[in-house]
Design a protein around this ligand. Structure first.
Ligand SMILES: [Fe+2]
Length: 247
């Protein structure tokens, strides 16, 4: 016999089941990082950095967003986001990668699909593992400089589901998965200056469709310690820099 759940679920239980968590903080914690991001968005970019397109009509801060300003890493600490991530997962996770990406309405693939439609970062395809396993956990900050709109869409619980949808999987199964997804309830996370969303990157997720404005997001990716052993030197260095900040 299974025990039925009698008590309210803790955030860690919910994170395990739903695959995401929104962490709230005081808006004043994002004022400094938002100043930086807005400067970058208007093209006022510090020497040695530039915006490079990773996907059509998108712009990523290069070479490494984490080196742009100390605030990029400090933000994770002062908002309590990293602490919460560790509590939610019960794991010692290491910062692997930081990306600052700007999109615009012209980044969308079409009216219904953003530059990054439904996908999961870790999954199996044709017996091959794609992405890190166990999956990456991400902390995303979607600053809000305009009116509210959806930044991230996510299907709660899908990190446990055997669906393989991703935008590169061009065959019938993908279309079938896409049809299945349409019948599942999705969670929509808005652009907001007082929260980050933490999620298990094996969950099915998609970027919101940019309606009118240029939009930015900060993407922080975390790995377990053993996964770091095989990554490139710059990722190892980033994990050390961040580890030294939090200990
Ligand atoms: Fe993703």
């Amino acid at each position: 016999m299974y025990m039925s759940i009698q008590e309210p679920l803790s955030p860690a239980h919910k994170y395990y089941l739903d695959g995401y968590y929104t962490h709230k903080f005081s808006e004043k914690n994002s004022s400094k990082i938002n100043e930086l991001i807005q400067e970058i968005m208007v093209g006022n970019i510090r020497k040695g950095f530039s915006l490079v397109s990773k996907y059509p009509e998108t712009a990523d801060l290069r070479p490494f967003a984490a080196d742009y300003d100390e605030e990029i890493l400090d933000f994770l600490i002062k908002t309590g986001a990293y602490d919460i991530l560790r509590k939610l997962t019960g794991q010692d996770l290491y910062l692997y990668h930081v990306q600052l990406r700007i999109t615009s309405p012209s980044s969308n693939l079409n009216e219904k699909e953003s530059y990054m439609d439904w996908h999961r970062d870790s999954y199996y395809k044709g017996g091959k593992r794609i992405g890190f396993f166990p999956p990456v956990h991400k902390i995303m900050f979607y600053p809000d400089f305009e009116k509210k709109e959806d930044a991230l869409r996510l299907i709660p619980g899908s990190q446990k589901a055997d669906l393989h949808a991703d935008q590169t999987y061009q065959n019938l199964l993908n279309n079938f998965d896409k049809q299945l997804i349409q019948n599942l309830e999705e969670k929509r996370i808005p652009y907001s200056n007082d929260q980050v969303v933490i999620f298990n990157a094996a969950a099915l997720h998609a970027a919101g469709v940019n309606q009118e404005f240029n939009r930015a997001r900060l993407i922080y990716s975390f790995l377990t310690k053993d996964q770091l052993e095989t990554v490139e030197e710059q990722h190892k260095n980033l994990s050390k820099t961040f580890y030294n900040k939090v200990t």
